[in-house]
Design a protein around this ligand. Sequence first.
Ligand SMILES: *Cc1c(COP(=O)(O)O)cnc(C)c1O
Length: 339
Amino acid sequence: MNQIDLRSDTVTRPTAAMRAAMASAPVGDDVYGEDPTVNRLQEMVAGLLGMEEALFVASGTQSNLLAIMAHCGRGDEYIAGQAAHCYRFEGGGAAVLGSIQPQPLEFEADGTLDLEKVAAFIKPDDPHFARTRLLCLENTQSGKVLPLEYLARARAFSRNSGLALHLDGARLANAAVCLNQPMSEISRHFDSVSLCLSKGLGAPVGSVLAGSRELVATAQRWRKVLGGGMRQAGILAAAGIVALEEGIQRLEEDHANARRLANGLVELGLPADPETVQTNMVFVCLPQAESARLTQYLRQRNILVCGRDTLRLVTHRDVSAKDIDTVIAACGEFRRAGC
Ligand SMILES: *Cc1c(COP(=O)(O)O)cnc(C)c1O
């Protein structure tokens, strides 16, 4: 039976077009800067994001780490959301490998960081404190799209405060499609942007970090130090190019499927507010025991979801509208069975 995997948009498998592009990609040694396919991908992303340069890296985690290490040095500090990927889900890499301290703050309900609260956490120039150097935002943040007007304010704020501004844009393409804007309308407010090719865009591996020539040169140095200098990486970059060419506009289908799912769940009386579904994530907030029962019930029907009390259901290319109806039907049976 066909499995429906809603745990994450990272589970997509490469398309036939990606596999064909990988098989025929011209390659060279990228540590020498000689892989034409990597170079093409990097130029393509720099263009799409309106940045001087871009660097192909192994993962979004590596991309964020390189950005933090490029903006900050030993004894410096970055401000990020308490639930931000670059603080909470990256193994403490900035502290472990960069001697850079995080200052986490709660995200607001809309996925932004309150700039007045950020201001209150910027440390004075005094040997007691780490030097606050960088503010990191995330877009989308748990599927939420940061308002463009907020990004403009964050840009002005970071300039006035002498902070660099980094975007963890793992799902930047989802945000752009939701706003019906090019990605550059979002990225133009930032000094550096990390974009994942391996989430909803569907590539098997890889992220890209974009920024100024100087920032990317520093990031490239750290990438080598961290063991991320890859050789004929064009094999991977080729799939990333296809992901960007074919994967962006179709995210609209994932967003429509997420709305369809949220509407269906709400009709069953499950708490999944369709008003809050902007991109490809639906959250269902249930008592933990009920979440566990629903997760188990769905798993027996070959439907995978993740989460503890709040279940997260993520739509992506390998989930069709018909699959969504199958999921809604299974949740309906669960409700009727009174599990
Ligand atoms: C997935 C993700 C990352 C990291 O990507 P990996 O490629 O899994 O390391 C970073 N930030 C956010 C918001 C993500 O969702």
